[in-house]
Ligand binder design. Structure first.
Ligand SMILES: Cc1ncc(COP(=O)(O)O)c(C=O)c1O
Length: 359
């Protein structure tokens, strides 16, 4: 706190990311990173980009990430002008809030969702209303049929992992032609239907993607927005009023190579999905209720053991899972899908904790 702070800084409630422990070999299942490395082609592309490092690093990167945007556009059957690239999808979302969601009416998002949304809203002084998920944590699209300044939600939702069918998203788009609907598809590759297929029919749709999860590149910080060129133009205007070069050279080269190696993407995704089903079965065998997940994490609660206590006991063993001290979900753990070996370490630790009355 300082007298030099602006009013808005006093009012901010910054997002708190999951812990990145400084340990040699933690079992790290708390931030939904991919347990597998990126494609070897990504590492080769970074090395090639460095080439004569001193010469390359001296110059600014491409401010519009043209090659990357063209590659990703071709991958999704879009045009480059329908693609915006930013420094991680968090930054893309931050620009979306300012460029497309700051209007007279409040914006809407689920009561249980990605906790960065209220943070952005407060940063920009955007009024928001949360809409309750139903008892099984599903988004009821009919609840969003009220005048609004925009709608934003992840699909699959975070931290539940529950996916909304594409037909429901289309219903929401059709009923909200006056406002922008943002579908944050950070986890879509692990089992949900992408709304990208609807972009050409709905000029109010913006879809946000990231390379952090299904392409194993959280450390490179690259994210995208896909939508009508007019929406993309709004994001470019905000970007160019903030930072012309959000993506460095290595990030652009790495992300481009990740999209070019589709085989690696498909293989690692299949492994994560198989491990998710195995982890889910293991948790259920220990007495956990597990929300059906279409993501690279599961959301689970035990009827007789306190979630915060379990998370703390696991942490003592250098096993990290995420616990949110929030209404309705404070008895749940969000567990990222690791390798089968990591999931087995977790399941064995949980088995001992539950046997030994960790309650
Ligand atoms: C729903 C959701 N959206 C966006 C992000 C941000 O991802 P990144 O900034 O790494 O692209 C996350 C990260 O955990 C997320 O869970």
């Amino acid at each position: 706190m300082s007298r030099y702070w602006s009013d808005i800084v006093h009012r901010l409630k910054p997002y708190v990311p999951g812990e990145q422990p400084a340990l040699a070999h933690p079992v790290k299942l708390n931030t939904n990173e991919n347990p597998y490395p990126p494609s070897p082609a990504v590492l080769a592309a970074i090395r090639a980009e460095l080439g004569d490092a001193a010469e390359v690093l001296r110059r600014y990167p491409d401010p519009v990430a043209r090659k990357l945007r063209e590659t990703v556009a071709a991958h999704h059957g879009l045009k480059a002008e329908q693609v915006f690239a930013g420094n991680g999808s968090d930054e893309v979302l931050a620009m979306v809030f300012l460029a497309l969601l700051k209007h007279e009416l409040p914006i809407l998002f689920p009561d249980i969702t990605y906790s960065f949304y209220p943070t952005y809203a407060r940063l920009y002084d955007i009024e928001y209303r949360t809409v309750s998920l139903d008892a099984s944590f599903a988004i009821r699209t009919s609840d969003y049929a009220v005048p609004n300044g925009g709608i934003v939600f992840p699909n699959p939702n975070a931290p539940t992992g529950l996916a909304l069918p594409l037909a429901e998203i289309e219903r929401l788009l059709a009923a909200n032609s006056e406002s922008v609907v943002v579908v944050d598809e950070a986890y879509v590759d692990f089992g949900a239907q992408s709304a990208i297929a609807l972009i050409d029919r709905y000029p109010n749709l913006l879809v946000v993607h990231t390379v952090s999860k299904s392409r194993s590149l959280a450390g490179m910080r690259v994210g995208f927005a896909f939508g009508h060129p007019d929406l993309i133009d709004a994001l470019v205007r905000v970007k160019d009023s903030f930072n012309s070069y959000p993506l460095d050279r290595l990030a652009q080269a790495a992300a481009t190579a990740a999209y070019e190696d589709d085989g690696w993407f498909r293989d690692t995704r299949a492994k994560v999905i198989a491990s998710r089903e195995r982890l889910t079965a293991g948790l259920k065998a220990l007495g956990f209720d597990v929300v059906p997940s279409s993501a690279n994490f599961v959301f689970a609660r035990h009827s007789s053991h306190d979630a915060a206590t379990l998370a703390a006991r696991l942490k003592e063993q250098e096993i990290f899972v995420r616990h949110f001290n929030l209404p309705r979900v404070d008895q749940h753990l969000r567990i990222s899908v690791g390798t089968d070996a990591e999931c087995d370490v977790l399941l064995e630790a949980l088995r001992k904790l539950l046997d030994g009355s960790a309650g």
